[in-house]
Structures are given as structure tokens and as C-alpha cells.
Design a protein around this ligand. Sequence first.
Ligand SMILES: *Cc1c(COP(=O)(O)O)cnc(C)c1O
Length: 352
Amino acid sequence: MNTHKIDLRSDTLTTPTDEMRQAMLNAIVGDDVYGEDPTVNRLQDMIAELFGKEAALFVPTGVMGNQIAIAVHTNKGDEVIVESESHLFHYETAAPSVISAVQMHCIPSKKGEMSLDDISQAIRSSEYYFPETTLICIEQTHNRHGGTVLSLDYMESLHELAKDRKVPVHCDGARIWNACAASGVQPHEYAKHVDTLSVCLSKGLGAPVGSLFIGTKKHVQKALHWRKLLGGGMRQIGFLGAAGIHAVEYHRDNLKVDHYHATTFARMIEEQTHVRVANSSGTIDTNIVIIDCGESPSSTTLQTACAKEGLLLSSGRGNYLRAVFYRDISIDDVNNAVDIFCSCYTKLKSDS
Ligand SMILES: *Cc1c(COP(=O)(O)O)cnc(C)c1O
């Protein structure tokens, strides 16, 4: 029926614009293993300044950025506090146990903000039989909770506690750009309350490849070693750096449109069907909509039916589906997605 697929599985599907491709083509490049790629150096300086930190390092993926952070902050046998639904815990192939040989200590939370009491109790005292807690990780925005935004106040209080207990904080900021667009908080204001961050260029910002690890010069010096060890020392990456610069300069504002599209989609499917939006904050904070399909139809049946009509959704836990909005999705796509979703839902409901 529809020839044009509306693919809402993830914002990683964002494709480079013509202007971005042009910027890539025109990039001045050099060998980055020698530190001589002027374009990636410019991107790193620009990101460090934007986040108010001393230095930043380009890495191929967000996973590598997070894993480098853990490697930089910990020693073998340490413990890292992470949120139970975090990307670090679920989607990074248990890499902390392989690369840094650390153990993860999961703390559940409502929308990504682990309670300070829980964190305080989880930080180990210095008994010889305990592992040492050497890092706390947070995720901004929080993916599995539905793109929820952690408040600046929360981050400030967490940072106070962590400093008090002498434990550094790392922020998995794959979608911190969405948090900034939604809250109006500047990158450096969030970054002030963490020691290191990793941020993605390849989600909603729409660069084809790339993330940055951000911290002090000392952190980045160590990160450089770990990036090489992990096989992430690259050569003429200015082509990717140019895409990143273009993304940061021109694509941040558009995230607000994605958020508006997500809210519109959520409101309309709730009006026209019995599904419930299940984002943990109770609202659509950013560009992710978690759909609770209820008792019937099952999420997989609905997902398959929608896919046949050209609407792709990803599956979540339980009877949940997920829809993610990004710059390649127009308002017409949003309206068509609503139509497809609602007609598939209604048909399956009347069949059951
Ligand atoms: C996408 C993502 C990452 C990094 O994933 P890569 O595919 O390695 O770039 C990390 N954290 C979160 C929350 C993400 O959504």
C-alpha cells in the first residue's frame, strides 16, 4: 500500500543531509593517529568548549565512549554504580566485565534518577572484602525510560554526594542534545555536574558516525591510550569530523521539532485507540514514545501488522512498542504513522 516506509525504530536511522555530505567532501584531513587531522581537532575543541571541559576525544561509537570512561576511572575488580535500565547495563555486551574487569551494581529508578539514598548506601565502605566503588554512571536522556530528562537539580545533588564520597560521575549523554533542546539547559550546565561524558553525533544529530568522550586533559590522555587499545585509532577521520561539526552547528535546533512530532504521535494514538503511553515520566519529554499495547493485541502482532503497511516500530519490554522521531521524519510521516497504527490496532482489536 505505502511504498515509502516510515521507520520509527530508532533515531540512529537519521541520514546525512546534502549539506552535511558537502561538508564531508570538503573536509581538510590528516592522520589522526599522529594528532594531525585539523578537522577532527576542530571538532574536539568545539565540543570541549561547548561542554565547558578541558578536552574531548572523537571515538567511533557511543559504546566505545562509555567503555573508555569506565576504563579511565576504574581498576580491575572495582564496582561501578549504574541505573538498572541503563544502556550500559543492557546493550553493551557486558563490556565492563571484559575490558575493565569491573562489576556493575544496578540501582532501579523511576525515570533514570536513582535515589540519592540508594546511591549513598550502594557506595561501598572500605572493608577489605568489598569491591571499591570507583564510578557512578547516569544516562541523559534515559533511553529505556522513554527519553526522559534528568533534571539539572538532580545532577547537581548527585554530584555533591559523589564529590563528598570521592566517587567520580560519568554521564552517558548519547542523547544529551535532546535534553538540552527540551529543557533549554546548555551542554556546559549539565556537564558541570559530572566528571566525564560521552555524547553521540549519530543519533538525532544525524552524523553518519561518531561520538566524543569528554573530560579533563588527563582523562583524555588516558582515553587516547584506551581508544588505541580497543582498535579505535583512526586515520583521516576529518571526513567524519566535518559531519559532526555540521551536525552540532546546524542540527541541534531541529530536535525540538522531533520532540513535537513525538508528542503529536503519542497524543493522537492515545485518542484513537486504547493504547497507553508508558514513558516513565508520564509525558513525552523528548523524541521517544513507549507504547503500552495493553492486553490485546499483542505488541508483536501489532508490530508485524504495522510493518506490513510500511510503519516500522521497535519492540520493548513486556507488551511495549517504541517509536522514535528524528529529522528524516516529516509531519506528513507522523500523520501517516498515526493512521497506519490506528487502523492496524482497530482491525486487530475487532478480530480478537
Ligand atoms: C545509542 C546509545 C549509546 C551508544 O551506542 P552506539 O551504537 O555504540 O553508538 C549509548 N547510550 C545510549 C543511551 C544510547 O542510546
